[in-house]
Design a protein around this ligand. Sequence first.
Ligand code: NAD
Length: 294
Amino acid sequence: MKVLVTGASGNGGQAVCRELLRAGHQVRMADVMPSHAADLAEAEFVRCDTRTVTDVRQAVQGMDGVIHLAAWHCAHQPPVSDDTIFAVNVDGTYNVLEACRQEGIRSIVYASSMAYGWWSVYGVSKVIGEDLCRTYHEMTGASIAMLRYHEFIPRPYLEFGERLLRNGVDRRDVATATVQALEAAGKQSFGLFRTIVHTDHGMPEHVRADFAGLGLGWCEEQVPGSAALLAKYGIELPKEVEQHDLSEAKRVLGWEPRTGFVDFLRDLKRRDEEGLDIHALIVPSELPRTQLLL
Ligand SMILES: NC(=O)c1ccc[n+]([C@@H]2O[C@H](COP(=O)([O-])OP(=O)(O)OC[C@H]3O[C@@H](n4cnc5c(N)ncnc54)[C@H](O)[C@@H]3O)[C@@H](O)[C@H]2O)c1
């Protein structure tokens, strides 16, 4: 498919574009600033501010599908103002959906969030975004997937690992879910579809629910030496592990997350054995792909 990705230069956008190229799609990246990632050089880049109707209209022209990621969230430092968050996330989403209607685009993925509806202008912008998707689906019959991503903000390595047991997800899982949702929309596998994008550690329910009591033993069984590693690096285990039912995403999109806490433990063990310093590492890493984490 020829696919437009808005917000393509961002953290999620780059991973999504990479996954699209890997899956053989043609990619047009749209953002207010270009990406400097060398492995995305073959993708076309268009400068596009989603608040500007003509930018968006030109960007979607000639596309088969649109992945709409462009948004500001609450994690930027210094912070983005609520006015800008609202304008980009709400007006921008309206402009993208309206341009899709005018150009007859039938396959759309919208980046929603687990922060949906929560206490912030950002949270409400995702409520309005999903409402706009529903309305445009009703008006046009386009297949639209609304993906409620968990958190994939870049973090220090150890924090990233800890977060996988809570509300964290690897951005490569975000990318595969997004691309598989677009491909399923292209096959009209659904009309309007909404799902959660999170990680899955494959642990039994009784372990998940009593991780404080059973977690250490379970980790040790999965990756021998884990208990010592967790103590050495001061990794705190939660009382219980956050886990959602991801079976609908598997059934409808054929998607399953690939990176869980066990993968992190294996990676940590390897780095520890090789004497590598993990304290300066950030996930996702900007290291060359061969040295990428996990
Ligand atoms: N990062 C997370 O943890 C998380 C969690 C849930 C949902 N999401 C959603 O996923 C999407 C991607 O998030 P991310 O973390 O990759 O964001 P990011 O901040 O890394 O990237 C956002 C990109 O959007 C671009 N952008 C901003 N304003 C724009 C405009 N007016 N026109 C065009 N481009 C514009 C920015 O230049 C940036 O490249 C967003 O919709 C976000 O709300 C993210």
